[in-house]
Design a protein around this ligand. Structure first.
Ligand SMILES: CC(C)=CCC/C(C)=C/CC/C(C)=C/CC/C(C)=C/CC/C(C)=C/CC/C(C)=C/CC/C(C)=C/COP(=O)(O)OP(=O)(O)O
Ligand SMILES: O=P(O)(O)OC[C@@H](O)CO
Ligand SMILES: [Mg+2]
Length: 225
């Protein structure tokens, strides 16, 4: 199922973290809609290739969320390219992307590439620090970024990224009301079934990341809620 419009739940696996074969099998066969491979720290080609090969034993769609140019490899079903709308540094919005397209544009299969308009909302997360994101945003600011993603840039995905901390369901609701075409991805701090239910009822897709490494049994239960 490679159509993100059909997705409700995704696990995000960090190539820089260990996962046992047993846990990986349970995630891949859980009924989740896809596995995203992505992270911020030490994402190397070797680690990405290793994780991709292990996920490839299963039929679940497998997506690379590109975090640097060095670790891009063929073999994934889809490629998600983050573009950080609230970065203070244009490199993370379009700069690296421009370099990449200049170098590899002719080789890229645009049918398998989706741009994610990221709005990073947790000041302390690694992605916010790396991209120098302005997280000092009120609700109207976030809604404006969502509208830009959909109406101005026609991005297929608007990603509310609270990485490591649970976000504000009321704000996610307000953003959801603004979007009709662009899919709303919510990620951050989902550790329990209750949280998955709450955000899953609002956002189009919820992403569960760190809980996989911190509380595996609870993370697994977040599917189908
Ligand atoms: C060979 C082949 C098949 C080619 C495919 C062609 C292709 C896809 C080419 C790419 C073209 C392109 C436009 C590339 C641009 C690439 C790029 C590097 C863009 C910048 C990405 C970016 C803005 C990264 C910033 C960080 C970020 C937003 C990361 C997202 C992931 C994230 C937030 C993870 C959570 O962090 P985590 O590490 O889990 O944190 P904790 O440890 O605290 O949990
Ligand atoms: O790791 P957590 O906090 O679950 O966040 C998931 C994902 O949005 C990270 O990019
Ligand atoms: Mg993480």
């Amino acid at each position: 199922m490679y159509d993100v419009k059909e997705w409700r739940h995704v696990f995000k696996l960090d190539p820089n973290k260990e996962i046992s074969d047993n846990h990986l099998e349970k995630l891949c066969e859980s009924g989740t809609d896809a596995i995203i491979v992505g992270g911020t720290d030490d994402v190397t080609l070797d680690k990405v290739l290793n994780l991709m090969a292990r996920i490839r034993r299963y039929t679940v769609p497998c997506v690379l969320e590109v975090s640097n140019l060095e670790s891009i490899t063929p073999g994934f079903d889809l490629y998600f390219i983050p573009s950080v709308l609230n970065s203070r540094d244009i490199r993370w919005f379009s700069g690296i992307h421009h370099e990449a397209v200049k170098e590899y544009g002719e080789l890229m299969d645009w049918n398998e590439i989706l741009i994610e308009g990221y709005c990073i909302l947790n000041d302390n997360c690694k992605a916010a620090i790396q991209t120098n994101a302005n997280t000092n945003l009120d609700d109207e600011d976030v809604i404006a970024y969502a509208m830009m993603a959909e109406k101005m840039f026609r991005m297929p995905i608007f990603y509310m990224e609270y990485s490591g901390t649970y976000g504000d369901p009321e704000l996610v609701k307000k953003v959801k009301r603004q979007l009709s075409e662009t899919r709303l991805f919510y990620g951050g701090g989902i550790q329990t079934v209750q949280q998955a239910k709450e955000m899953g009822q609002i956002a189009d897709v919820i992403i569960v990341g760190n809980a996989i490494y911190e509380n595996f049994d609870e993370a697994l239960k977040t599917v189908n809620n």
